[in-house]
Write a protein that binds this ligand. Structure first.
Ligand code: ATP
Ligand code: FE2
Length: 348
């Protein structure tokens, strides 16, 4: 039996989750929100510091475990907002020192993908649509490869930015979805797919200009935004399925909560005979259960005795149980710009 604690703090959410043998026991969190305006990184970091202890206790209570039962502490090492990541790593290091347990640094984006296993995925193409990230990811030849991505902003940040412009607070996505349901007229917007990549900033400028002209209803703009941009995402995801020959599409990231995006993905999958997977909401948005889930896989892989153990990448990542965690703690740092395809994968 292995119990892994996960810590998430890449952006707006501070979360602590517990996973035991691949089963999520708890997924506690506290999210920073605003009435108007977007995320101020230093304020979000302050929020994380204030709520950390409380979220940690809640997570242990819900999981019905005590600190002594934790085998390792996994945390989001990147990518993310540096001030927020620092709160997470500091909290993780403190626990590691206090409990004498090793740390497992986890890539946030890969965790979004791997937690799909809880819904039954084996080898999916993932459409990862969150605030800061928009990527089409799949495992190929030893790594998670990025088959396509946004060339400028993430789709969630794009939606939040437009929402902010029209007076909606953060996060804007859920509100835009509600407005879109009442939209009736499709307004043509730029459609910018470039090869396998997409670009959103031109569409954002166009939307803002249209809104400011007062010639269009906000509901129609929200509806057209979703129809246009989600079609761009689905188009590139479909091409990644065709290129890789994979038969599973997994949705991930906060924007995946959008029911219209889910519907469009389902239609595409049905048409090409692929299976569609979408985790429940608590595992789609930023959460610590997915960090603990991938942390457990990495922890178990690194603990597995194999002849080439010394060469394993995870040896570099994990603090071996036999050594004092404090020996290497100082060397571990956040990786705010860590890319999905930089992650060494030795567990697949
Ligand atoms: P990451 O670090 O993975 O980039 P993130 O910090 O952006 O993640 P998530 O919780 O994955 O956080 O996603 C948040 C984003 O999801 C916000 O931009 C929010 O507006 C968007 N979002 C949430 N619900 C919806 C929805 N129903 N429709 C569209 N967008 C949504
Ligand atoms: Fe995320």
């Amino acid at each position: 039996m292995t119990i892994i604690l996960g810590i998430e703090s890449t952006a707006h959410t501070f979360g602590v989750g517990v996973v035991r043998d691949g089963k999520v026991l708890s997924n506690a969190k506290s999210a920073y929100t605003t009435e108007s305006g977007g995320i101020i990184p230093m304020d979000a970091a302050k929020h994380h510091k204030e709520v950390a202890e409380e979220v940690y206790s809640e997570s242990l209570n819900v999981a019905r475990i005590n600190e002594g039962e934790i085998d390792a502490i996994a945390f989001s090492q990147g990518p993310g907002l540096a001030p927020c990541l620092i709160q997470g790593i500091n909290f993780a290091k403190e626990l590691s020192r206090g409990l004498g347990k090793p740390l497992v640094p986890v890539n946030h984006c890969v965790a979004h993908l791997e937690v799909g296993k809880l819904t039954g995925t084996k080898d999916p193409v993932m459409l990862y649509a969150s605030g800061a990230n928009t990527q089409i990811i799949a495992y190929a030849s030893g790594k998670f490869r990025v088959f396509g991505e946004t060339l400028d902003v993430g789709v969630g940040n794009f939606i939040d930015n437009f929402a902010r412009h029209v007076g909606i607070g953060f996060p804007g996505g859920p509100e835009i979805e509600k407005l879109a349901k009442n939209g009736k007229n499709f307004i043509e917007l730029p459609y910018t797919v470039k090869g396998m990549d997409i670009a959103l900033s031109g569409i954002l400028t166009n939307l803002k200009q249209k809104f400011d002209s007062k010639k269009y209803k906000l509901e129609d703009l929200a509806y057209s935004l979703q129809e246009t941009v989600f079609a761009m995402l689905v188009e590139t995801a479909e091409r990644a399925l065709a290129h890789t020959g994979k038969k599973e599409l997994l949705l991930g990231g906060g924007v995946a909560c959008n029911s219209r995006l889910q519907e469009m993905c389902k239609i595409m999958c049905k048409e090409r005979g692929a299976k569609f997977f979408c985790p429940e909401r608590s595992l789609l948005v930023d959460n610590a259960a997915m960090i603990a889930f991938l942390g457990e896989i990495m922890f178990k892989t690194s603990s597995r005795p194999t002849p080439d153990f010394t060469r394993r990448i995870s040896k570099k990542l994990l603090l071996p149980r036999s050594r004092s965690p404090t020996q290497k703690l100082e060397k571990l740092d956040i990786m705010p710009r860590q890319r999905t395809d930089d992650v060494g994968v030795d567990w697949r």
